[in-house]
Design a protein around this ligand. Sequence first.
Ligand code: PLP
Length: 397
Amino acid sequence: MKDPRSLSFTTRAIHVGSEADPATGAIEPALYMANSFLLPYDASQMNWSASEGNIYTRNGGVNQKMLEQKIANLEGGEDCVALASGVAALSALFFTKLKKGDHVIFSTVTYIATYRIFHELWTEKWGIETTITDCTDIEEIRKAIRPNTKLIHFETPGNPTLCICDIAAIVKLAHAHGILVSVDNTFSSPYNTRPLEYGVDFVVESLTKYINGHGDSMGGAVIGSHEDLEQIRYQAQVNIGGVISPFNAWLIQRGCSTFPLRMQVHNDNALAVAEWLERQPCVSFVAYPGLKSHKGHELAKKQMEHGFGGVLSFGLKGEHDLYNRVVTHLEIFTSAVSLGNAASLIVFIGEDDERMYLYPEEFHNGFYRVAIGIEDKNDLIRDLRQAFTAEGLETAD
Ligand SMILES: *Cc1c(COP(=O)(O)O)cnc(C)c1O
């Protein structure tokens, strides 16, 4: 691909990094399961921690590099490191950019591992200072800034409340203070939002989710400048590990060809289901940034290009076990964590969840987090309706 810049997102998702195999002429990328590569005649001058060239698959494998090229392109970044999981990507970034005595501001609403790292593990083990902050409120972030603040990390929409943060405003504030900004873009995905266009320093994606899209592999990526990414390769990929398996990289690369098409259906289906849920008398609240009732709706419209993603949360008017019983009646939705699969998934988060105090009031009695899949949206609505009815709950059209 000579100059992919003039091509649309959909075309680039198919073609960038997916060249025909030069060795055989096969029109789809080959899978290279080797863990090691032939050395030159005299290898005595080689840097065993280098990531360029082919030495050893922990330094960078063939399929990993093809995937990195595609993801960097779709996020609009100079470079990308693909690792074993979204969490491996988050920790590679944090490990490389943070050191003892640094302060981190992170959002009240994040993936659980981010919370665990910044709230417990790294504070206790490595002397990183952290402040958990409502990142939907720029004044709260401003108040949390300290002389040693190194990084602001957030998600938009946030997992699981779907709160929306103002990427441009946070970048402006952070950079005025010399603070780095990283965004976990997993919920929105590069199809809807490309945070690098707003000037953030790093984007993290769980490739496990929408980009792979088939619920059959795990991966993660950090996207940013070439200089920063070389540092992440050298420090975290090669020396901490967490490298992606060639097969997972190959699966994710294959899944990515249909990612824009799938994402549009996730966007459309989730909006239809959210609008239907909002009309149901038995539903106590619906959190989805595509709804006009959502606090972040206007901002989400600006930041999310094609739609509002496939995840929504909602509550029922009822007690704890009602949530469990309703799930047993569902025929299409599967009770499982994760998101971005073709199939719709639902998970009940109970009222005693350890982070409930960080969420808005309406979540406090427990709620469902729903990952809307790419099935027919009317089938999804019918499935929810029959499960509600089976428990004697009142529904509307
Ligand atoms: C799933 C998820 C992660 C972690 O990704 P894994 O691939 O499961 O390690 C990180 N952030 C968000 C927002 C996620 O949904």
